[in-house]
Write a protein that binds this ligand. Structure first.
Ligand code: SF4
Length: 321
């Protein structure tokens, strides 16, 4: 059966979008190319796995206004679009891909802005999606300006995968516009060192040059980056382009993503290897995102070798009051 026929049932549940740029990075002759695994649909996405849910973080239950997630007192996350340049097969919001927008951007934005304006404890607004940078500069500025106009909103943040999947979207005009909304923080998602290209470097540097710090949130993905050497290469690459490795997310039990999940013990082993080899500046925090206000919980465990190291240096601690 031709490949397109075979994956038709996957596409009817979870559509496909890949930028020509990202496609060009895939090594066609590699069977399990780590970039291909992140964007090419796989039949495993529609196999039913126990304990998975379309919305394991119960985001849909934490929306006081349509598509505005309010899980923590001091910040709110606005899902400003459902569209992305690439549809990442491991996306924890893939439940949205097929659902049409209920109303116009202006209408949705108005309700979100009203809620934030009435919530004085919210000091930070995160534009997320989907990918907010799929909007043109004018629409994006309208969104930023609407939230920035609220007196108690002190910080804005954008979550976008564009530097990794379509770095050409980061233009001089875009950066000039974003600069007006500082303090503005930019979080992106590089998951594999092969994504750190000259184009991606240029995109991140352009944002940094206008005073916008860029951080990275990777997801630990089976067969993509679940080897210490691959992860080390990624972290060193990020550090070299001045992008701060911020979080390494344990892959959540999202319906359609089960084949990307690793065991937490594997994640801890990787983190321990990294801790032994990488400078603290290159180390992300390994976290699990949990439903409700529990939020992002650091995953920590003392392995045998760390316990031995601590035991060996007990005197060091005994000398402290
Ligand atoms: S860019 Fe982000 S929101 Fe869009 S598919 Fe990828 S992970 Fe999901």
């Amino acid at each position: 059966m031709p490949w397109a026929e075979k994956i038709r049932p996957v596409l009817s549940a979870y559509p496909m979008a890949i930028t020509p740029y990202y496609l060009s990075l895939i090594q066609q002759d590699e069977e399990n190319d780590p970039l291909a695994l992140q964007c090419i649909p796989d039949l495993k996405e529609i196999s039913v796995l126990p304990n998975s849910s379309a919305d394991p973080l119960n985001e849909d239950g934490c929306m006081p206004a349509p598509k505005l997630i309010h899980r923590y007192p001091d910040r709110a996350l606005a899902i400003v679009t459902k569209t992305c340049a690439n549809y990442c097969r491991h996306c924890n919001r893939k439940r949205f891909w097929k659902t049409p927008e209920a109303s116009t951007l202006k209408n949705r934005l108005g309700k979100m802005v009203r809620y934030v304006a009435d919530s004085p404890k919210v000091r930070e607004v995160i534009l997320s999606g989907g990918d907010p940078l799929t909007y043109d500069d004018g629409k994006l500025e309208m969104i930023l300006a609407s939230f920035a106009a609220i007196r108690h909103v002190e910080v804005l943040r954008i979550g976008s995968r564009m530097p990794a999947v379509l770095p050409m979207r980061i233009t001089k005009d875009l950066c000039r516009m974003l600069k007006r909304y500082r303090p503005l923080w930019f979080n992106t998602q590089f998951n594999h060192p092969a994504e750190i290209t000259a184009d991606a470097t240029r995109a991140c540097n352009m944002l940094q040059e206008v005073g916008i710090p860029v951080s990275n949130q990777s997801v630990l993905l089976k067969d993509v980056n679940d080897k210490p050497a691959v992860m080390q290469h990624l972290l060193y690459g990020l550090q070299k382009i001045s992008v701060r490795p911020y979080y390494l997310f344990h892959c959540e039990p999202v319906k359609g993503c089960g084949h990307f999940r690793t065991d937490i013990r594997e994640g801890l082993t990787i983190m321990e290897e990294l801790r032994r080899h990488c400078s603290g500046l290159a180390l992300p925090q390994y976290v699990a995102d949990l439903p409700g206000q529990a939020g992002k919980v650091p995953i920590l465990a003392l392995s045998k070798s760390i316990k031995n190291d601590l035991k060996e240096h007990q005197d060091f601690f005994d000398n402290f009051e």
